[in-house]
Each structure stands twice: as structure tokens, then as C-alpha cells.
Write a protein that binds this ligand. Structure first.
Ligand SMILES: [Fe+2]
Length: 289
């Protein structure tokens, strides 16, 4: 039998879902939660991102040719999503299932976890297979062995089917030797209805699939979190600047990295201060925005 991803549905209580997600992540490195986000939230987020998608150019130039090659010329990007869709920030970025899973997976290795990036990708017809990779390789200078650095997810904003490029993923690959590549029968496709999420560890091998459909765009959000003491992939203070962050709930500000990383109780120190103070308090007082 080929590889497959275990699935949960959102009918369980949050604590039960988190416990099941964490257990499956430890064994398989990946799990799908169907119906994580209600369709009303999916619809609103889709409405809020529409103007950004309408003006996004699939042939935009990225940081360098390597990044251009990774994403290809058929994908529209809306990065810094938490600053562009309030509903995404308040209903998905701080979803209790994702937050509870971060507490369990990342919490033991930091004083506070944080958003790594929130990046909407609309992969259009003609988009090819992404090369298979581990997301945590952005931090490849962290010596091995290391604790889990990242919790990642793809949240589907449309139904994800294989022919529109649903994520390909190798369950169990988080435990493999780093030089081992998956065979064809070790890769499965994370098909799922809109509002679902495939949740995986930064050490799990995966890649976007090719979109071979005639006219369907695979719209999903790459939403990931990392330890509060690591540099984030997206510069979230610039992507969601203080004037926007100040209007979000405190919980969102914390996750965006505005809260200091306070490791005093772990015999450590503070990271992320401004004027030797906590920026999240300065957002509340109006001193930053
Ligand atoms: Fe990835």
C-alpha cells in the first residue's frame, strides 16, 4: 500500500483535536484537519484578498533567480497576509488548533513561538511540481541535531485536488536520514476540501504539485510558525507594520512577534525590545503606531 496522510475532522473539541494532531505529527510528521476553518471565514478571506490577487503579477521578480525558479511564472503571491486580511489574522493565524499545536511542538524550545510567514499562493494552470524539500532548510546553519524549528501548514482556500496541484508529501520523512529521498510510493497527495489544513513539521519532505487543470487556480495559504528566538522567513514587522498591528487583537500582535521573547524564567534574557521595553505594550499605549 502506498503512503497516506491521516485525517481528522473538526468535530472534536479543540483540546482533543490538538492532542490528536500532535500525536500524529510525532509519528507521521503530517496530518490533515478537515474543516478547520468554517466556510464563512474562507469566503471572507477570499473576498479580502481579491484586490491583492487581482493586481498580483505571476511573473513578478523575487529575491533572486533561484526563488523565481522555485515558484515559477504561473503563481500569484500575496505575502504578509496578516496585514492584508484582518479575517485571516484573527480567525486563522491564531486559530486555537494551530496555537495549541505550536504550544506542544515549539513551546518546549522557546519562551514564545511566533509567526514565521503567512503567504498566500495562487498556483495557476501550468504551474509545475515544486521540488521536494524540507521547509526548515531556511535555517540550515542551526547545527544538527536540533529541536523542531517549525510548525507549518497549508490552509486550503479552495478545494485541493491532485490535478490543481495539491501538496505532495512524504509521511514519516521527518524521521529519515537527511540524505534519503522519497520513492514514488512514499509520496502522497494532500487532497482536501476548502477550509481544511495540511499541518506538517518543518522536517517533513513535501512540495506543491503541478497544476494540470485548464482554468482552476490552487489558492492556499502557507502559514507557518517558528521558535521566538529564530529569524523569521518573512520580516513580519515590515509586512505588518505597527499602524496595522495596533488595530489587531493583542494575541495577533504577540504571534506577529511584537511581544518580547522573555526567557528570564529559563535563566535567559529578553529579545525584541524597543527602548528597553516591550513593543506590544507600546502598541497598546500608542507609542509605536
Ligand atoms: Fe515548502
Amino acid at each position: 500500500m502506498g503512503a497516506s496522510v491521516q485525517r481528522l475532522d473538526s468535530g472534536l473539541r479543540v483540546e482533543q483535536t490538538v492532542a490528536a494532531v500532535v500525536e500524529i505529527l510525532h509519528t507521521d510528521g503530517v496530518v490533515i484537519v478537515e474543516g478547520l476553518v468554517p466556510s464563512s471565514v474562507v469566503d471572507t478571506v477570499n473576498d479580502e484578498v481579491e484586490p491583492y490577487l487581482a493586481s498580483a503579477d505571476p511573473r513578478m521578480r523575487h529575491l533572486n533567480p533561484a526563488l523565481d525558479g522555485f515558484h515559477g511564472p504561473c503563481t500569484k503571491h500575496v505575502s504578509g497576509l496578516a496585514g492584508k486580511s484582518r479575517t485571516f489574522a484573527t480567525e486563522i493565524m491564531v486559530h486555537p488548533v494551530l496555537s495549541g499545536t505550536c504550544d506542544a511542538i515549539l513551546g518546549p524550545s522557546c519562551a514564545r513561538w511566533q509567526l514565521n510567514l503567512a503567504h498566500l499562493l495562487a498556483r495557476g494552470p501550468g504551474a509545475g511540481d515544486q521540488y521536494l524539500h524540507r521547509d526548515e532548510l531556511v535555517w540550515n546553519l542551526v547545527p544538527e541535531p536540533h529541536p523542531e524549528l517549525q510548525l507549518a501548514s497549508i490552509v486550503a482556500l479552495v478545494d485541493f485536488a491532485a490535478d490543481i496541484g495539491a501538496t505532495r508529501i512524504a509521511p514519516g520523512s521527518h524521521r529519515w536520514e537527511r540524505t534519503r529521498a522519497p520513492g514514488a510510493d512514499e509520496i502522497t497527495v494532500a487532497e482536501m476540501p476548502a477550509g481544511s489544513a495540511v499541518i506538517y513539521l518543518g522536517s517533513t519532505i513535501h512540495g506543491g504539485g503541478a497544476n494540470t487543470s485548464a482554468d482552476v487556480w490552487r489558492r492556499g495559504v502557507h502559514l507557518s510558525y517558528t521558535l521566538g528566538w529564530l529569524r523569521t522567513e518573512e520580516n513580519n514587522y515590515l509586512a505588518v507594520p505597527p499602524e496595522i498591528a495596533a488595530k489587531l487583537p493583542r494575541e495577533c500582535q504577540d504571534v506577529l512577534g511584537y511581544a518580547v521573547h522573555d526567557a528570564i524564567h529559563l535563566a535567559g534574557g529578553y529579545l525584541g525590545m524597543v527602548d528597553l521595553r516591550d513593543p506590544v505594550e507600546m502598541l497598546a499605549s500608542g507609542e509605536l503606531a
